[in-house]
Design a protein around this ligand. Structure first.
Ligand code: HEC
Length: 276
């Protein structure tokens, strides 16, 4: 669909009224109700397929690719990064709770002492810093991107379980929520314009994925070769609407990830999936 057509469709169908604010569970319920209307007949568990959710051919192509992923060597490079001991002899597995297994679904987490949101990627960098190693850039595909692709895969199958408890956590969640609903960029679109109100619609020959399910299956390998962490994908979407993106690893994106991940609560994690 070209841009003016899309704009016309949006003007007709989409009044970007923020949902009545009550709390995270009410938000999730409201998103689910909207998607039940926009994606009739699609099971909530299938939302994790993103833009493939309503296309049987694309789904079977996806399953074929996932049987022999072209990005397997990249994930193995990520495993090498994960296994390589720090100069002090320690490893990520030594540093992380439960040796880093089945923990990614609990992140992002709100830390009341620091009054900030801690993402899984931040946790990896904290291990590095504690061992006297330089931190990785959050936008660096060759290091943080591939390390995340492997490290998150150790939590595959774990249901997303983000907690928002207490006023400090709620304030961060709400900051993320506000960004999700804020119209930005020259095209004046919000995340919600596309991934809530137009989920299931088609843009540039791709079905627009619902916001629920997205955070559960990151990072992705676009075109089967380029790794995108969640923040890298946020940047791409902001660039597409001609907005000045926040940097990967910024507080604005951490808060957005907190809100965005909460929406996927209950859905199983799967890291390193193929995307067109
Ligand atoms: C103009 C419409 C539009 C806007 C606005 C937009 N996106 Fe997207 N987004 C897309 C399209 C199209 C895709 C690719 C198809 C898909 O996966 O949904 C995409 C993909 C994504 C994906 C990857 C989904 C996957 O399964 O690989 C995420 C995550 C995402 N967007 C988040 C956001 C966030 C957060 C914002 C707000 C900062 C945003 N998007 C704003 C259109 C948009």
């Amino acid at each position: 669909m070209n841009r003016s057509r899309l704009a016309a469709v949006l003007a007709t169908f989409c009044l970007l009224a923020p949902l009545a604010q009550a709390g995270p569970e009410e938000d999730r319920a409201a998103f689910l109700a909207t998607f039940a209307r926009k994606l009739p007949g699609v099971a909530v568990d299938d939302y994790v397929y993103g833009s493939l959710l309503d296309n049987a051919d694309a789904r079977s192509h996806y399953e074929d690719i996932m049987a022999f992923p072209p990005f397997l060597p990249d994930v193995e490079r990520g495993r090498d990064l994960w296994e390589k001991p720090f100069r002090n002899g320690g490893t990520y597995a030594d540093c992380l709770p439960d040796s880093g297994r089945m923990i990614a679904g609990k992140y992002p987490q709100y830390d009341p002492v620091e009054d900030r949101v801690i993402t899984f990627e931040m946790l990896l960098n904290r291990c590095r810093a504690a061992a006297g190693e330089p931190e990785y850039g959050y936008g660096d595909r060759a290091t943080m991107g591939l390390l995340t692709a492997y490290a998150r895969s150790l939590s595959d199958g774990m249901p997303m379980q983000i907690r928002v408890e207490g006023p400090g956590a709620l304030a961060k969640y709400e900051a993320g929520r506000r960004l999700f609903f804020r119209r930005i960029g020259q095209m004046n679109f919000a995340c919600a314009t596309c991934h809530l109100h137009n989920a299931g619609g088609v843009m540039r020959m791709e079905t627009i994925s619902p916001a629920i399910g997205q955070a559960a299956h990151f990072p992705v390998f676009r075109g089967g070769e380029t790794v995108y962490t969640l923040h890298m994908r946020y940047i791409r979407c902001m660039e597409q609407v001609r907005a000045q993106p926040f940097p990967a690893g910024s507080e604005a994106f951490n808060d957005l990830e907190y809100f965005h991940s909460y929406l996927s609560n209950g859905l199983p994690l799967q890291a390193s999936v193929y995307r067109r």
